[in-house]
Ligand binder design. Structure first.
Ligand code: WTA
Length: 662
């Protein structure tokens, strides 16, 4: 493999070399990485261990279906586990897991897994999947587990065998799970007898049973977390511990030699219209992006204690709890439950207990901590923190400053990393482990090396500084999707057609005079509720299943802590009265169909929705009313009175939110 080009990215684990530079200097360094971006990425990929080197860095013969490191052979499970278990790191702690329940002021359940432990568990689980479940390379499984160590173990065991997995967030309903099982053609479901969330048990197995009335699988594995009895369907359902009990500890399953461009996993994510899209990620490119960002963004060192507070059901957990930190051989914290349970200082106590050095969290969490107040933080010594980032939505400067001062002591590097399920890893960020530019509260910083991002206008031309436009990526990058599962045309249409040749992220953004990016939020029908990505379409289709509902439009309305909350505007069928009981029923239906994360905050019955003359609901208008923005061109609007009705409802809702927060 020929690496012809190298840059000053000489940040090796354990040797932190922060250089603070001006934005101008960073731009020069950055543009250097773009000149030969393929070779640049190849030099990073060569820091991973390949069974066989690649023949071609990038196959760009069939855009936008790019393939990275073609001909190379690799295995993500080998990289995240074996590589460390072969060295002294076998006795290094990989995962410190803390369960949610508290007993006598102490966490009731703590599990510590070294890289050696992880190696043994992953091998035994892989053996079990192969020999007892009969799964093999190319098969698919769905994983519906709470945040317990078995979740990464199953992901790594599947990756080891070349089994394509899809993790379904445990806040999704049985319908959502069934749809994902069907679309991914999963042969088995891995679940648990329950999970803890805010002191309550979530009956995951029950949800799986319901899902399996619609979707078929041949095997279900149930991990015992709670210890309650679940219904066991003979010949289909098995307890994990029973399957594992006679498997020797020294069993070794050779990791499959996967092609770099083989799929690693599918993760479903909400889009503009239609059902969720199964984003497929590759192995070689994905692992390369994670390696690079772990170094540049998190500046990781051997002695760090890394904590990403996300849930593995979302991409942040895939990349920065499972594959990224383990790839780097780090020690990390994995926490099962709610960050503010049973008290608002739960998360601070975790930081203190294990001496967290790197903290990766979300604006919505930060805003809720801020509401509880700094006295909760002062109860604990959290001076171990040396670096922080947030992700998931824009961070308001007020929340940024509060966190920077109260948690980061007004001195540690703190950034807002922009990326999305589709990008696989962080794309725009401050880079404390590379070249650090001055922080600007609320900004995302600049694109990472090797990535060419821009803000463009409707015609696809670069926007002027300070002018709002669309965020695009101009070059293929390692970690990009392979496709949308079962729907390559949709992949082309959604991401590569608005601006031919450019990847359209679906976000509004501005670039300021210094070249900093500020991602403002979605330009489409996706909303972010507590950082969770939801499609308004999914909520609307759930709501219109109610027999009383004729039509519905759901939009996101700004919320102080959650970022946005879904609010529905509903037209009832004739003969129905929109009383409290009916409204409640409709809201509950959405929750039941999509899952507890899809909590419609409020539903309003209206007599009309703003529509075009051809009958299409103008969500743009509804959203503009909600954000107090100019409604814009409504000449195509059929009936202007509909706007007034919505304006009144939104005004009422905002007043209610205001009163609630007082
Ligand atoms: C938003 C999460 C502003 C954005 C990793 C994007 C952000 C969507 C940021 C992807 C940030 C994520 N600043 N907005 N730092 N990070 N977003 O797929 O709208 O759950 O398109 O991936 O989150 O959400 P997803």
């Amino acid at each position: 493999m020929s690496v012809t080009w190298a840059l000053p990215f000489n940040i090796k684990i354990n040797s932190r070399s922060i250089k603070s530079v001006s934005p101008q200097i960073y731009k020069e360094i950055h543009s250097g990485t773009l000149k030969n971006f393929k070779e640049f990425w190849a030099s990073l990929a060569s820091e991973l261990e390949w069974f066989k080197p690649w023949e071609k860095i990038l196959d760009d013969s069939n855009p936008p279906f790019y393939k990275w490191f073609v001909g190379g052979e690799i295995n993500a499970s080998y990289l995240a586990v074996d590589r460390h278990a072969k060295t002294w790191r076998k006795n290094k702690v990989a995962i410190i897991w803390e369960g949610e329940p508290i007993d006598n002021d102490k966490p009731k359940d703590i599990r510590i897994l070294t890289y050696g432990d992880l190696f043994r568990e992953v091998n035994r689980t892989a053996y079990m999947m192969k020999e007892k479940l009969g799964l093999k390379k190319g098969d698919r499984i769905a994983i519906y587990l709470p945040m317990i160590p078995e979740l990464p173990i199953f992901m790594l065991a599947a990756a080891r065998l070349g089994i394509l997995f899809t993790v379904v967030f445990s806040g999704f309903s049985s319908d959502a799970l069934a749809a994902r099982i069907i679309d991914s053609n999963a042969k088995a479901v891995i679940t648990a007898d329950g999970g803890w969330r805010r002191g309550k048990i979530v009956d995951l197995k029950g949800i799986v049973d319901n899902a399996l009335e619609k979707a078929q699988v041949s095997k279900v594995v149930v991990v015992r977390r709670i210890g309650n009895n679940t219904r066991i369907v003979n010949g289909r359902d098995y307890y994990y511990d029973e399957l594992m009990k006679d498997i020797p500890w020294n069993i070794y399953i050779e990791p499959e030699r996967m092609r770099s461009e083989d799929p690693l996993y599918v993760l479903y994510t909400s889009g503009t219209t239609g059902k969720p899209k199964g984003i497929v990620h590759d192995i070689g490119g994905y692992m390369t992006l994670l390696h690079a960002t772990m170094k540049w963004v998190f500046d990781v060192r051997e002695d760090d204690i890394f904590w990403c507070t996300a849930d593995i059901g979302w991409v942040t957990g895939h990349s920065y709890i499972v594959f990224g930190p383990l790839l780097e051989g780090l020690t990390e914290i994995m926490y099962e439950g709610a960050l503010d349970y049973p008290q608002p200082d739960r998360w601070v106590s975790i930081v203190e207990r294990y001496g967290t050095t790197i903290l990766y969290t979300s604006p919505t969490a930060i805003r809720s901590f801020m509401k509880y107040g700094e006295e909760w933080i002062k109860k604990h010594d959290i001076s171990s923190i040396r670096l922080m980032h947030s992700v998931g939505e824009p961070i308001n400067p007020e929340a940024f400053n509060w966190f920077f001062n109260n948690v980061g002591r007004g001195e540690v590097d703190f950034g807002s990393t922009w990326w999305m399920t589709e990008t696989g890893g962080i794309i725009i960020s401050n880079l404390p482990g590379y070249y650090m530019i001055p922080m600007k509260p609320g900004s995302n910083g600049m694109p990472i090396p090797g990535i060419e991002a821009d803000v463009v206008d409707e015609a696809g031309m670069s926007s002027k500084p300070e002018e709002r436009g669309y965020l695009v990526l101009k070059n293929p990058w390692p970690g990009m999707p392979l496709t949308i599962l079962n729907d390559p045309e949709r992949y082309v249409k959604v991401y590569w057609s608005k601006f031919p040749g450019l990847f359209y992220a679906g976000d509004y953004a501005v670039k300021d005079e210094d070249g900093y990016f500020w991602i403002l939020g979605r330009a489409d029908e996706v909303i972010k509720v507590s950082g969770h990505r939801l499609g308004t379409y999914e909520l609307e289709s759930a709501i219109i299943e109610h027999p009383a509902v004729a039509e519905a439009a759901v939009i996101g309305i700004p919320h102080e802590v959650k970022g946005e909350v879904p609010v529905a505007f509903i037209i009832l069928k004739q003969g129905y009265v929109g009383d409290d009981r009916l409204i409640k029923e409709i809201i509950n239906l959405a929750r039941e169909k999509v899952g507890p994360i899809a909590n419609v905050e409020k539903a309003y019955v209206v007599s009309k929705l703003p529509k075009t003359r051809s009958g299409k609901i103008m969500r743009r208008v509804v959203r503009a009313v909600a954000s107090n923005a100019e409604v814009g061109d409504i000449t195509t609007l059929e009936d202007e009175a509909s706007v007034d009705e919505i304006r009144r409802a939104i005004k009422e809702f905002k007043e209610e939110l205001n009163n609630r927060s007082k």
